[in-house]
Design a protein. Structure first.
Length: 224
């Protein structure tokens, strides 16, 4: 996080851009890295066991030798590699920047999900999202010219976010727990994750995808 501001700066006066505060908030992948580091021994043992099982076989199932060992290990490494690539893209491209009187939010694909003058911002809203798991706290940024943008605080530098909220000088309004219909009604146009809104269907598709992936990995050595 980097911040540069001038004393007595006005964040809404376009006639003096030199006095606009400048704040840059970087992504924070610390929670994901910590979880990966803690689970790395279990992941490594699991990958080795799967590789050995595919290499030696079990019961009436014949093993596939060295090819099975390599494919078994790669079967575990590949999803982790995908997660690493996505985190790398987010670290390289995502960001929240307050500059020249404009607030810009970019996602991991370097797309501007928000680019609007600070003068058009109407508020900051805290809420508890209707999702499973312990991390339900969200912050919604609303403006008069753009659809609401959802910020998950755990994925951003905490100190940088505090500096940003201070420089925006916008009041926080707490909405408590909101169901998906009430959330969309209160914040028209807000993006809602499909996998969370349709939790049953997304779970079924995830299970089917995992079964298909395991079946592909188990049979892949015999097709090579």
């Amino acid at each position: 996080m980097t911040i540069r501001s001038s004393e007595g700066a006005s964040s809404t006066d376009p006639s003096d851009e030199a006095d606009f505060p400048w704040v840059s908030v970087r992504p924070d992948n610390g929670s994901g890295k910590s979880l990966l580091i803690k689970g790395s021994p279990i992941i490594a043992i699991g990958a080795l066991r799967i590789g050995l099982l595919m290499a030696k076989g079990r019961g009436d199932s014949a093993g596939s030798g060295m090819r099975g060992l390599m494919i078994g290990i790669l079967a575990v490494v590949f999803p982790l590699l995908c997660v690493g690539v996505l985190n790398g893209l987010r670290w390289a491209n995502a960001g929240i920047r307050l500059e020249d009187g404009f607030l810009t939010v970019r996602d991991r694909w370097n797309r501007k999900v928000l680019h609007t003058p600070v003068s058009s911002l109407t508020g900051l809203h805290t809420l508890t999202a209707p999702i499973d798991g312990p991390h339900k706290s969200r912050i919604v940024i609303t403006s008069a010219t753009h659809r609401p943008v959802v910020i998950d605080p755990r994925f951003w530098d905490a100190e940088g976010l505090r500096e940003l909220w201070q420089e925006l000088h916008l009041p926080f309004q707490d909405h408590g727990f909101l169901t998906w219909p009430l959330l969309r009604k209160r914040f028209p146009g807000i993006p809602t994750p499909w996998r969370h809104v349709h939790i049953v269907l997304s779970t079924i598709l995830l299970v089917l995808g995992c079964i298909a992936y395991v079946a592909l990995v188990v049979n892949l050595p015999f097709f090579l």
